[in-house]
Write a new protein. Structure first.
Length: 746
């Protein structure tokens, strides 16, 4: 690289914001990402495969193996810089190149994959995996967004295709590839030999069963083996050795984060060492033999020495005293609309101050001063929603842009809006950034990860511990005893040893997908008998029961499909404002559930939809938006919950979200005084109450609704038989939305 700048953030969140801002304001700049491991110091688990993939791809680019960008920005964190990394020379030399249409030695390719810690699997779904099926080799190299499919015809590599890990369908092609190691801990013969000798030199002769030593000696990956990284190499480097004399920028609070990290590493080491020397706390597993902190991490003295050799700039949001040499970039904190939000929350139906009106007025003032305005949002959905709301409040010259260059090409009176995940705005000499967080409040964002298929089968033997109960698809419930190598046709095969009633089963590791974890309480579990009829009988009974349930579901669905209901209308402007009050970034599943529910309510057919998701995954937001559509269409809404505690929680949530809207909300449970409960029942019958939240008291025969349009049922499986019969009767004429954290039969 001709010119490299390194930005060191105090944590992952600040690093993500820096990458986002760099990609928007300088799209021509090459931005490299170097994250820290996502596991704790001295852990028993390995870092995630995609984390190691990103780290190795960046190290390879810095070492000169990848594309050589002319100028670049490396974004990293304190934790990542403090951690020692594989030697630069080793990373530069550890690669395998192949080109379509040329001959490729498949034997050398297999050796490279095995020695560089690629995992042999049946189906490639994660970085660092490979699978061989005849003349096709699937693999997912570090640094690639998608896995690759290498199609051989004899010794010739006919084609290199990219494919989607979820659907396994081809998405594109490549002419050539450069493969990098899949793990920072190599498993080639030299590295294994070096590990064995270094391990014995550090911890003495291996006299007991040491699973780490045994696995590495056999050339197998072991969970957490990266925490002994120094034993695989003659010496380790640091990230400073890769970046050379680069310009270093330190974000605020870096020194505090560095001191805290070094102290944390020391605490974890002391805890592990005390457990090993005292032989306490880990009676169920082999003793953990930790390396000293200085073997794995930089010390405070080494950190200071590395920075002293480089040009360092410390960034600060505060004005430096006159005695310090500093450069003022001219930035000022942006306006936060917290006062308007507070007034809006206190006001109910009249006299409320709209936070969007305040934002529009502020934008007009900025434009009067001759500065440009940029509105940043967290997602594409937020851009569409915020753009619609601002347009409704008078901003007509609003333009969606992808980067700062497009924003500069707009008319100076136009307002640019973009996906830009920055939490707080600022004012620069020539423009002002207003993020949606300053308008709407804190956006408690859940990072959106790569979509994955739900997989309940097991993929690695390391996911099991001796003594675990497992279920074989053909033989039923057994107990896992461990891995065992057996001779088959004069060749060794690794097998999982499973104990059953009256015998054992040895399952080859390549068929581990036939096993699932036993998902119930393990105490008192009876193991199935190998070759017995008990497991087959249970499967047959369950299949018959599923067929009965399916037939009943089809009958109910057919009856409802013939019924018509007035379609609800979607009030776009005010609906967008209601959605904008949600203080989270919607997940993909959440957006899909909301879209499906809205479609059901607006098509004129009775809805009967189940939303299943774990606690905290946003099921209530789906119900809130459905309730908004129903009440705005003149319908009453009933939210039925199994407990009074849940009723109070939902009541508080609905009151906050519907604050300032002409929707009358009530709560009905055994804790509501009799006089108030009587008024609520009367209000429901007369249509004066639009939305009611309550327990099974809402299912009493004394409750009647004037125009019930939507019923939301939370955790239906907790209601009694009588209550469920009442719910069935109500389902005939209203939309029904069921929420649950437990997968239940319909």
């Amino acid at each position: 690289m001709k010119a490299l700048a390194v930005f060191v953030a105090a944590d992952d969140a600040r690093a993500a914001i820096a990458r986002e801002a760099a990609g928007f304001f300088a799209p021509e700049l090459t931005v490299l990402d170097f994250p820290a491991w996502d596991c704790l110091p001295y852990d028993r688990v390995s870092p995630r495969a995609d984390i190691e993939s990103r780290r190795l791809a960046t190290l390879a680019a810095l070492a000169g193996r990848g594309e050589n960008p002319g100028a670049g920005l490396l974004v990293t964190t304190v934790n990542a810089v403090l951690q020692r990394v594989p030697p630069r020379q080793v990373v530069a030399e550890s690669s395998f190149m192949a080109r379509a249409g040329k001959e490729v030695d498949r034997g050398l390719l297999m050796q490279f994959l095995v020695r560089n810690a690629y995992s042999n699997t049946g189906t490639v779904r994660e970085p660092g995996e490979f699978a061989v099926r005849g003349g096709i080799v699937d693999l997912w190299p570090p640094g690639q967004d998608e896995p690759l499919r290498l199609d051989f015809f004899g010794p010739e590599l006919e084609s290199i295709r990219r494919f989607d890990a979820e659907s396994q369908l081809t998405t594109g092609s490549e002419q050539a590839i450069v493969l990098l190691p899949a793990s920072e801990a190599p498993l080639d013969p030299d590295s294994i030999s070096r590990f064995r000798s270094n391990y014995v030199a550090r911890f003495g002769a291996v006299t007991d069963e040491d699973p780490l030593y045994e696995a590495v000696s056999a050339g197998r990956k072991h969970a957490g083996m990266e925490h002994w990284l120094p034993l695989f190499y003659p010496a380790l480097d640091s990230l400073f050795d890769y970046v050379g004399p680069a310009q270093i920028f330190l974000s605020p609070n870096v020194e505090e984060a560095k001191d805290a990290r070094i102290e944390l590493v020391g605490d974890y080491y002391a805890t592990r060492e005390s457990m090993r020397s005292g032989n306490t706390g880990e009676t169920l597993s082999a003793p953990y033999k930790p390396l000293k902190p200085e073997d794995l991490y930089l010390s405070a003295r080494e950190w200071d020495a590395a920075l002293a050799k480089r040009n360092v700039r410390v960034l600060s949001p505060f004005k430096a005293p006159d005695s310090m040499k500093s450069i003022d970039a001219g930035g000022m904190p942006g306006r936060d609309f917290a006062p308007e939000r507070a007034q809006e929350n206190r006001a109910q139906e009249t006299g409320r101050i709209n936070v969007f009106e305040a934002a529009v007025g502020h934008i007009a003032q900025i434009q009067t001063s001759g500065r440009r305005v940029l509105v940043g949002c967290w997602s594409e959905g937020s851009v569409e929603r915020m753009g619609g709301v601002l347009s409704d409040h008078g901003i007509t010259a609003l333009k969606r842009v992808n980067d700062w260059r497009e924003a500069l090409r707009l008319h100076e009176r136009a307002v640019a809006i973009a996906v830009l995940q920055i939490d707080h705005g600022f004012e620069a000499p020539d423009f002002v950034l207003i993020p949606e967080e300053d308008i709407l409040g804190d956006r408690m964002v859940r990072p959106r990860g790569r979509a994955r298929r739900s997989q309940h089968f097991l993929q690695e033997a390391s996911a099991l511990t001796a003594g675990d109960l497992v279920t074989h698809i053909e033989h039923g419930v057994g107990r896992y005893l461990g891995l065992k190598t057996i001779e088959v046709q004069n060749a060794p095969h690794d097998c999982l040893e499973l104990q059953y009633d009256g015998g054992k089963l040895f399952l080859p590791v390549e068929n581990i997908e036939l096993l699932t974890r036993f998902g119930s309480e393990e105490s008192g579990v009876q193991l199935d008998r190998l070759g017995g009829a008990g497991w087959q009988h249970r499967k047959a009974r369950m299949k018959a029961r599923i067929r009965e349930m399916a037939a009943e579901l089809i009958r109910i669905a057919a009856a409802r499909a013939l019924k018509e209901m007035p379609p609800m209308e979607l009030p776009r402007g005010i609906y967008d404002e209601f959605c904008a009050r949600f203080p989270y970034l919607e997940t993909e599943d959440q957006e899909r559930a909301i879209a499906d529910v809205v479609e059901d309510l607006t098509r004129g057919r009775p809805m009967d939809r189940l939303v299943c998701g774990d606690v905290g995954f946003g099921k209530t937001e789906v119900a809130l938006r459905a309730a908004f559509l129903a009440t705005m269409s003149g319908n009453q809404v009933a939210v039925v919950v199994p407990t009074t505690l849940l009723a109070r929680q939902h009541y508080r949530t609905f009151r906050e979200r519907f604050g300032g809207l002409p929707v009358r909300i009530a709560q009905l449970s055994r804790f509501v005084p009799a006089k108030e409960a009587k008024e609520i029942r009367k209000g429901l019958a007369e249509g004066k109450i639009d939305l009611v939240i309550g327990t099974h008291a809402l299912l009493a025969k004394t409750i009647s609704f004037r125009h019930l349009g939507l019923m939301v049922i939370d955790e239906e499986q907790h209601f009694g038989v009588g209550h469920k019969e009442r719910l069935k009767a109500l389902r005939a004429d209203v939309h029904v939305l069921t929420l649950t954290a437990t997968p239940i039969p319909r």
